[in-house]
Design a protein around this ligand. Sequence first.
Ligand SMILES: NC(=O)c1ccc[n+]([C@@H]2O[C@H](COP(=O)([O-])OP(=O)(O)OC[C@H]3O[C@@H](n4cnc5c(N)ncnc54)[C@H](O)[C@@H]3O)[C@@H](O)[C@H]2O)c1
Ligand SMILES: [Zn+2]
Ligand SMILES: [Zn+2]
Length: 361
Amino acid sequence: MAQQVRGVVAAGRGEAVRIETVTVPDPGPGEAVVKVEACGVCHTDLHYRDGGISDEFPFLLGHEAAGTVESVGEGVTEVAPGDFVILNWRAVCGQCRSCRRGRPWYCFDTRNAGQRMTLADGTELTPALGIGAFAEKTLVAAGQCTKVDPAASPLAAGLLGCGVMAGLGAAVNTGGVSRGDSVAVIGCGGVGHAAVMGSRLAGAARTIAVDLDDRKLTTARRLGATHTVNSRERDAVAAIRELTGGSGADVVIEAVGRPETYRQAFHARDLAGTVVLVGVPTSEMTLELPLLDVFGRGGALKSSWYGDCLPSRDFPMLIDLYLQGRLDLDAFVTETIPPTDVEAAFARMHNGDVLRSVVVF
Ligand SMILES: NC(=O)c1ccc[n+]([C@@H]2O[C@H](COP(=O)([O-])OP(=O)(O)OC[C@H]3O[C@@H](n4cnc5c(N)ncnc54)[C@H](O)[C@@H]3O)[C@@H](O)[C@H]2O)c1
Ligand SMILES: [Zn+2]
Ligand SMILES: [Zn+2]
């Protein structure tokens, strides 16, 4: 029988989010209903509320979550009721041209639930990133559930569902940071901090954190940055060059999503270095670069979606590292909040007061 739960809904462009009663259907073939335990507030939820992602209002927000599988539909074998899972927004299909070429992290046909959750009057909801986890329960494709060690706190585990995986993977998977590299991370919110952490994990010799806000730089240092630069006070490119013997960093990660910070990243990397764009730009932004430098400096200019992760490979491994005390996911959780506090949490995020507010149910 379909169930009624409370969920956080964005009804229209720029409108404050509201708690609504949401109808969650029973899982159909290939689907699962998950009891959400914790869900982080990500910048992308705010982008949805502001109409920056699509116009398919109303949205059921929330997509950075962990919880317990309550029921599964026909044919589901990968998870079972009672499993502790992290939800992912890239359930790979296994059949598209990218999956077939052995590159499933670029899957072009990722899976979501076929049925829709609705408001009490039957209006269909669009779940944020195909998840919709600011709700007591949510309906997803079974492939969106990745089973991990239940010893992990749901608060910490849920973070791997978006921002932390995106930043950590931007460094380790997309940027290919490895032992001895010099890395610069421009923009140290939740995503940038995770990139700093990933760089340390991968053995970077030097990790330079750049932000406009000293509070962010203090935490970045705690999470593994070897040097920090406040780019309000110093030119970021000159500072990164100076800290890398004049040459620039091997890998520069842009975690803001703006043309000016992308240009800094471009000019702050060493010859044959790599720039990774993980920050999400808006549709009106454009970029101008000297084409001769694009050619002459060589290397790679890449973008990173979800840290080029493969949830089934990366989530259990990162949870193991967390449980061993080698990946401080707890450091990202600034506060836990009830679902009624999401709108206020958006404001705190906008002001840079939090790394992550996590909704608990
Ligand atoms: N690619 C992906 O898969 C993916 C996933 C999640 C989030 N994101 C994107 O990553 C970006 C960062 O997300 P977040 O949650 O860390 O956001 P956030 O708002 O918490 O952090 C942004 C940080 O950038 C800093 N900043 C802003 N302007 C700057 C400038 N000019 N120079 C230096 N620092 C500057 C801010 O002070 C802040 O610390 C966003 O664009 C978000 O949409 C991408
Ligand atoms: Zn695929
Ligand atoms: Zn997100």
